[in-house]
Design a protein around this ligand. Structure first.
Ligand SMILES: [Zn+2]
Length: 182
């Protein structure tokens, strides 16, 4: 991350402005700014076949949780982990190019600068029993296992139904919070 530019409110405003989005979305939806992780560790192979990375301690916690689940016969797949500010911009631009509206996109994807994935502490978890990043993940044994055990490893569901940030319910998105570890 040697060439990473700090994530500032000004940089987020500038990015949102190019999409015609007023920056008051940051305040009205109470979106926090997440700094990019400064160092990253390999966290495993993603379901897209690419290497995934997390902040060092989150990577350790993820590995311990994944192994514990596996020992219980539950496979946790890694769909997504660290994402940079620039990658978040590209992700949103790709959806705009497919004709989606920015308002629609921002209920699913965080504005660049506001994604927990920048922190290197958030993972999107998948299962062979559901489609990736779909709400039917909540019906899988993987989700049931996470609800019972994830907190022990410091992982918490970020966007439950009716979350204050106005994101859709994301049963697959879990974030590591060391201070909240049980
Ligand atoms: Zn996510």
């Amino acid at each position: 991350m040697s060439n990473a530019r700090a994530i500032t409110r000004a940089r987020i405003r500038e990015t949102l402005a190019q999409w015609g989005v007023h920056h008051d979305i940051l305040e009205s939806r109470r979106l926090p700014i997440h700094a990019e992780a400064r160092s990253l560790h390999f966290a495993g192979l993603g379901t897209d076949g690419r290497d995934k990375f997390l902040a060092p301690r989150a990577a350790n916690a993820w590995a311990a949780m994944r192994d514990a689940a596996l020992a219980d016969g539950v496979e946790l797949l890694l769909v997504s982990a660290f994402r940079s500010f620039d990658f978040q911009v590209q992700l949103i631009q790709a959806k705009l190019a497919k004709g989606r509206t920015i308002d629609e996109i921002l209920t699913v994807n965080a504005a660049p600068g506001c994604s927990e994935h920048h922190s290197g502490r958030a993972v999107d978890i998948g299962s062979h029993d559901s489609s990736p990043l779909e709400q039917d993940f909540e019906q899988t044994p993987a989700f049931t296992w996470l609800c019972t055990h994830a907190a022990r490893f410091g992982f918490w569901l970020s966007y439950p139904r009716g979350n204050a940030e106005g994101f859709l319910y994301e049963p697959w998105h879990w974030c590591w919070h060391p201070a909240r570890r049980l």
